[in-house]
Unconditional design. Structure first.
Length: 479
């Protein structure tokens, strides 16, 4: 059986929900793992510096190295062995030579390929896990190399002075791996449960639409010989189709928003738990911004199937274009020039300003995306000239043109269809469809001309209102 638009929309929504849920689960798991590892390293560095300050100050360290006194190092090692999960200690001098280790074969060795040691000698705490090195020949019997955590801790001479030694502590952090396993289980279970709940809710809507399709096909078969009745049934089917689509879209948007809200709140809680200097902070913000963009997409979807019922207000072309230019400049790339002209600024139209600006902004955004290498975005407005083959004195026009590569002739007829997109996975095909829907609902129409040599021109025609109507108080007069 051939799937209709409602069923295709349902299946695509389920697939998109699964992809987003898995992606957000992976991101949250990765960021939380980094936070756990950073916390493990921070606590280890604090313990090392506290013990060293008491047991091996700079004078004692210098004397022990000079006289070959291993007793001071061995006493410090006994303290380090009390730290949980510690398996090895290496102590370096400022030149990068090992002056003491619990593995005697390493004393006096120098490893030139140790980039982490060079960073630590420069004053940074460095951690590395699972990296294979030439110096690990004696560590492999202690623990699997992929689970070996190296922590390089620079020891300073006084507060913020020079580095007089670097302590390299090897650990097998069982508690870290245990916490990571618990975190992975929790996040993935939450993602699976959330995705399953959303799938089940969408399946009910899908099953209902499928049964409705079968019922309508039977009705059509029974009434196909009665022309008048068939027209009535066709109108009924279209109304029912629209109602189901609105119900379906509302259900998808509601459940999708609930899932996004949970993901965003979890990410925000993780962000609050981090300090301003923690490495994953920017990555967590990416999760939050992505959830916000997805929420805005859900709002656009709901507006497409169920537009806001706004009261129409009279407005001049000048005020509409001024508001449009303000919105365009917020997203205009630096390599795109903006050219604006209004021939009849006091021409009066009657429209719902917010919805109309949403429609025009979508067209402008499409034009900007058509010029990735730069170009000129032209916005012009005036009365539709009667001498023009498309002209009509009852209409005002707003023309939005770009100098991009144009729209292919075989693609042009479908650009206003819902979910039609030439951007692959980047776009969902609602922008121009929503613009077309809004403009026609306000008594206007939108036309397009395109060529590879000159770019694309969208022509929006809007019904005019008597000039005295624009003298009345409008929403623009309050701004």
């Amino acid at each position: 059986m051939r799937l209709n638009v409602v069923q295709k929309f349902t299946l695509l929504s389920i697939a998109a929900t699964v992809v987003i849920a898995v992606s957000l689960s992976l991101l949250v798991t990765t960021f939380q793992t980094r936070w756990l590892l950073a916390n493990e390293v921070r606590l280890t560095a604090q313990a090392v510096r506290m013990m060293t300050r008491v047991e091996l100050p700079p004078e004692t360290f210098a004397r022990a190295v000079r006289e070959g006194d291993v007793a001071a190092f061995e006493n410090l090692w006994r303290h380090f062995q009390q730290l949980p999960e510690t398996v090895r200690l290496k102590i370096y001098d400022p030149a990068g030579r090992i002056v003491w280790s619990d593995e005697a074969k390493l004393i006096g060795e120098f490893f030139a390929d140790n980039e982490e040691l060079e960073e630590s000698l420069a004053g940074r705490v460095v951690a590395e896990m699972g990296k294979i090195k030439s110096e690990h020949v004696h560590e492999t019997p202690l623990t699997p190399e992929e689970e070996l955590l190296e922590v390089y801790v620079p020891i300073f001479d006084g507060d913020g002075g020079t580095v007089y030694s670097v302590f390299e502590l090897y650990k097998h952090p069982r508690s870290f791996f245990r916490s990571r396993r618990v975190l992975l289980s929790t996040v993935w279970c939450a993602g699976i449960v959330g995705g399953l709940a959303l799938f089940l809710s969408l399946y009910g809507l899908f099953h209902r639409s499928l049964r409705e399709q079968v019922r309508l096909q039977h009705v059509e078969q029974e009434l196909h010989d009665v022309t008048t009745q068939r027209r009535l049934e066709a109108a009924e089917r279209e109304a029912e189709h629209d109602r189901i689509l609105r119900d379906l879209a509302a259900g998808v948007a509601h459940n999708f928003s609930n899932l996004l809200t949970g993901m965003r709140n979890y990410a925000a809680r993780v962000r609050r738990a981090l300090s301003e200097t923690d490495a994953p902070l920017d990555d967590i913000q990416i999760v939050i911004d992505t959830a916000d963009r997805a929420a805005r997409l859900s709002t656009d979807l709901r507006r497409w199937v169920e537009p806001v019922d706004e009261r129409p207000w009279p407005a001049t072309l000048k005020s509409i274009v001024a508001s449009l230019v303000t919105r365009c400049r917020e997203t205009l790339p630096e390599n795109v020039a903006l050219d604006v002209s209004v021939d009849a600024p006091q021409t009066c139209i009657e429209a719902s300003p917010d919805s109309l600006l949403t429609a025009l902004s979508n067209v402008c955004r499409n034009a900007q995306e058509a010029m990735p290498e730069g170009g000129t975005l032209t916005i012009s407005a005036g009365r539709a000239c009667s001498g023009d083959e498309h002209g009509d004195d009852r209409f005002a026009q707003i023309v939005i043109a770009d100098t991009g590569g144009g729209i292919p002739a075989d693609v042009l007829p479908g650009i206003f269809e819902p979910f039609f997109s030439t951007k692959g996975t980047v776009g969902v095909g609602l922008g121009l469809s929503l613009s077309h829907h809004i403009i026609e609902s306000q008594g206007g129409r939108i036309e397009v001309q395109s060529s590879a040599a000159e770019g694309t021109e969208f022509r929006v025609l809007l019904p005019t209102a008597p000039p005295e109507r624009c003298g009345a108080r409008t929403p623009d007069s309050h701004r």
